[in-house]
Design a binder for this molecule. Structure first.
Ligand code: HEM
Length: 413
């Protein structure tokens, strides 16, 4: 079966005011982005229960990500709490990681783990990832039809980040359950349960995990962070907890969908798939094009205005939350010729799939390496790979500013 998904631009009628957290928006995001770029480049709307402004043109997003008039720490901009709504202390502590900090705290925290993610360090992981992908394929290929997410795309990044951080096998399901509760809870009616029960429990669990590691140090990121805390005083225990949380969640939540989106997008474009099969050296530019065309992360964390800022005639008031829509920027026709065309040889391709400015993705070299190895080995070992279901059955998870499928059933062979 050749995948003929519905076109990426869905020609739906735009519903206003826009709600980026709605299923309608998730399912038709590229059509909404087009409208936003053309008609409302600075748009006031909602992301679930949060009032916010959305920026959608490429140049505006790039400038925004470097603009000192916007900060990640909401308290700096508003004098109020970190969150636009009340949350328990354990929740706000968990979310105080580098991604929601400004300088100098952001740099201090990022520098503590940066070394583990450099290309040189990662080169040492290459053989491990090769081995892991083959191991997973050996197992998956005993079945004809598999959900590629559970059998392959998920275990690769999760195993890698688990080993890098130094978490035990039995620790990992806790993160998965906590993550699932957050994903389901924050976009549904169970938000209170998630905020009051799931996240505090996860936070407590991370503390216990750190305590276990203190008495059993090893050669991993967590041990180094504990040393930085106890010997160097370079971060406190709350920061340590939220760092571990951020790194493991980044491992769970991102690369899995880059791998899945890659497979799906290639199956959907048989000419590009055939080209990649015949010229495997195109894998680098193919992965960049997937990050542009259908990247898993479609927006950054919000930044808050330190003062009133006027952009395209719209006043963003002091304290307002602003989201740059990376996915919209990546389809901006003023930067990407024929953005609706998936072209694995596209060059230049300065997409924003990993964000930009000081918060640009720390794990980008790791994510690229995992995805390249995962796709190359999957395609090489399965020349007849195809979807096992009608493409219309594939369902997007309704999480704002992500592009993630619930599952991807495929036939191997
Ligand atoms: C395909 C996979 C990935 C994508 C598309 C992705 C995307 C992004 C994006 C867009 C940002 C910017 C967020 C913002 O500005 O609010 C970001 C930040 C970050 N990413 Fe990734 N990411 C991926 C994989 C990873 C991995 C594997 C890790 C490793 C643990 C990681 C760790 C981080 C961290 C720590 C930050 C915060 C950096 C900072 O605030 O300075 N990411 N990522």
């Amino acid at each position: 079966m050749i995948a003929t998904l519905k076109p990426i631009y869905t020609k739906v009628k735009i519903k206003q005011p826009i709600n980026v957290g709605s299923k309608e928006f998730t399912d038709n995001k590229y059509e909404y982005y087009k409208w936003l770029r053309e008609e409302a480049p600075v748009c006031q709307g909602k992301l679930s229960i949060i009032n916010a402004y959305f920026i959608s043109r490429y140049e505006d997003c790039v400038n925004f990500l470097k603009d000192p008039r916007f900060v990640r720490n909401r308290t700096t901009a508003t004098g109020g709490s970190r969150f636009p709504f009340p949350v328990p202390k354990s929740v706000s502590l968990l979310s105080q990681s580098m991604i929601t900090e400004d300088e100098p705290d952001h740099r201090r925290l990022r520098d503590l783990v940066h070394q583990a993610f450099t290309r040189g360090q990662l080169a040492k992981l290459e053989a491990r990832i090769e081995h892991l992908t083959h191991e997973l394929l050996d197992k998956a290929e005993t079945q004809i039809t598999v959900d590629l997410k559970q059998a392959y795309a998920l275990p690769i990044p999760v195993t890698v980040i688990q080993e890098m951080v130094g978490a035990a096998d039995e620790d990992m399901p806790q993160f998965y359950n906590g993550m699932k509760a957050m994903t389901d809870g924050l976009s549904g009616l169970t938000i209170l349960r998630t905020l009051l029960w799931d996240i505090p429990r996860l936070s407590q669990f991370v503390r216990e995990m750190i305590a276990r590691k203190r008495s059993n140090p090893q050669n991993d990121i967590l041990t180094k962070l504990i040393q930085a805390e106890t010997e160097g005083g370079k971060l406190n225990e709350d920061e340590l907890v939220s760092m571990v949380f951020l790194l493991i969640i980044a491992g769970y939540e991102t690369t899995v969908y880059l791998i899945l989106n890659s497979v799906l997008t290639l199956l959907e474009h048989p000419d590009q798939l055939a080209r990649l099969r015949s010229q495997p050296e195109l894998i680098d530019s193919a992965v960049e094009e997937i990050l542009r065309y259908r990247g898993p992360v479609q927006g950054t964390k919000p930044a808050y205005a330190l003062e009133n800022v006027v952009l395209h005639g719209v006043t963003i008031p002091k304290g307002a939350a602003v989201f740059p829509m990376l996915g919209a920027a990546n389809h901006d026709p003023t930067v990407f010729k024929n953005p609706e065309v998936f072209d694995i040889t596209r060059s230049p391709n300065k997409h924003l799939g990993f964000g930009g400015g000081i918060h640009s993705c720390l794990g980008a070299p790791l994510a690229r390496m995992e995805t390249k190895i995962a796709i190359t080995n999957l395609l090489t070992r399965n020349p007849n790979l195809h979807l096992a279901v009608d493409p219309s059955e594939l369902e997007l998870i309704n999480t704002p500013l992500w592009h993630r499928y619930k599952s991807l059933p495929v036939v191997l062979g």
